[in-house]
Write a protein that binds this ligand. Structure first.
Ligand code: NAD
Length: 393
């Protein structure tokens, strides 16, 4: 089997799906690796490093022609989708709950789509393949570093001959993988840190990092499917937003990481909260997206300064800004999954397997993932490949 590593094309994307170390390991399992010329450049990985590890460097056209499995970080751009052929597989973070129509297109083209962001995350054996966690970990670290770099004062308590600097007060909203890493990093930089989440289980995790957990009197507890948060009702959301205003106003730096799978990010920092903050405060919105973010007025990929002097950083793709660390971790995730799904030198699709049931999105001309099917009109799976049994191979 030949696996092909693409050069990512999304604006600002500097990660690469596989690093040279993983090339050597995959070759040892009998998987030949093709690398598109310049694929690792953004992460400071040269073509010669890949060639030394045993990969063959090819053009984009050769890659799509010869590879059995295409390895990507993010979803393929539309011109790349046009190059994919029936029977070929693509493995990456394809965000099928956000782009179900891409899944429909891939199914129609007879492409097998495998999405790392649909990995079941509570099984111990999936942890080495959990790309959401590995990338969130990088993003949470970088969010705290970006906030510290933008903030006009020190994070730690500093006592010098020129006076005493009080420590920065940092609030992290959303204490999942990214939030906990942001809390830990801000603490290591010396800030006084608080954390908040709608999942009560996060209280002990926040406190174990030496931060204070904020409990709202509104007492919203919102656990959804698979241990994730659920979307709040309109009343719960209003109560949460109103009560958070006072907490946000007491802090110098706010880092927001709140996400609900498949939904637009919840708004946590409202216009009222922004008005209540002091000039010079910094907000890093990791929820920033084209659909809106956790912070009123944040814009993905942009830094906005409000009229009252609050800097809002729309940090939509922080892992791409730490491309080497993010690629190293992602490479481990994707190589482990590829190895797991390979049997007798070929990709062995079996959606009765607990892991594959999560990650395999399309196969045999059909969308085989129920969560994605639910988002599409009923006729999609009937029109495409209706004579093919796509549930298992
Ligand atoms: P995520 O990226 O989906 O969301 C980030 C955080 O935002 C979550 O903690 C969520 O509870 C929180 N959030 C959502 N809506 C909110 C709101 N309105 N207000 C405040 N906070 C809100 O989450 P994640 O980091 O991917 O983690 C999700 C869950 O998966 C967590 O329970 C985590 O511990 C769990 N997880 C488990 C494993 C494992 O068991 N191996 C691995 C990774 C993650």
């Amino acid at each position: 089997m030949k696996a092909g590593v693409v050069k990512e094309t999304a604006p600002g994307e500097r990660r690469v799906a596989l690093v040279p170390d993983a090339v050597t390991k995959l070759q040892a399992s009998g998987i030949e690796v093709l690398v598109e010329r310049g694929a690792g450049e953004g992460a400071w990985l040269t073509d010669s490093a890949y060639a030394d590890a045993g990969a063959t460097i090819v053009s984009g056209a050769e890659l799509y022609r010869d590879a059995d499995v295409i390895l990507t970080v993010t979803k393929p751009a539309s011109d790349a989708v046009g190059l994919l052929r029936p029977g070929q597989a693509v493995i990456g973070m394809l965000a099928p709950l956000i782009y179900p129509e891409l899944a429909a297109t891939l199914a129609a083209r007879g492409v097998t789509a495998v999405s790392l962001d649909r990995m079941p995350r509570t099984l111990t054996r999936t942890q080495p393949m959990d790309a959401l966690s590995s990338q969130a970990n990088v993003a949470g670290y970088k969010a705290a570093v970006v906030a510290a770099a933008e903030f006009g004062r020190f994070f730690p308590l500093l006592i010098t001959a020129a006076g005493t600097a009080r420590p920065a007060k940092v609030l992290v909203l959303g204490a999942g993988v990214a939030g906990l890493q942001a809390i830990g990093t801000a603490r290591r930089l010396g800030a006084v840190v608080s954390g908040y989440d709608v999942r009560p289980a996060s209280k002990t995790e926040v406190e174990s990092l030496g931060a204070t957990f904020i409990e709202l009197t509104a007492g919203v507890s919102a656990i959804g499917e698979g241990g994730y948060a659920r979307e709040l009702t309109a009343e719960e959301r209003q109560a949460q937003q109103d009560e958070l205003v006072g907490h946000i106003a007491r802090h110098d730096v706010v880092i927001t990481t709140a996400q609900v799978p498949g939904r637009r990010p919840p708004l946590l920092v409202t216009e009222d909260a922004l008005k209540a903050m002091g000039a010079g405060s910094v907000i890093v919105d990791m929820g920033a997206s084209a659909l809106g973010g956790n912070v009123a007025g944040s814009r993905p990929g942009e830094t906005v300064v409000t009229g009252n002097g609050i800097t809002i950083i729309g940090a939509d793709n922080l892992p791409a800004s730490m491309p080497t660390a993010a690629s190293n971790a992602y490479s481990r995730n994707i190589a482990t999954l590829l190895d797991y799904m390979t049997s007798d030198g070929a990709l062995a699709i079996d959606t009765s397997d607990e892991i594959q049931a999560g990650v395999v999105i399309t196969h045999g001309g059909r969308i085989v993932n129920e969560a994605v099917t639910r988002l599409l009109p009923a006729e999609v799976n009937r029109e495409e490949g209706s004579d093919v049994d796509g549930t298992a191979d």
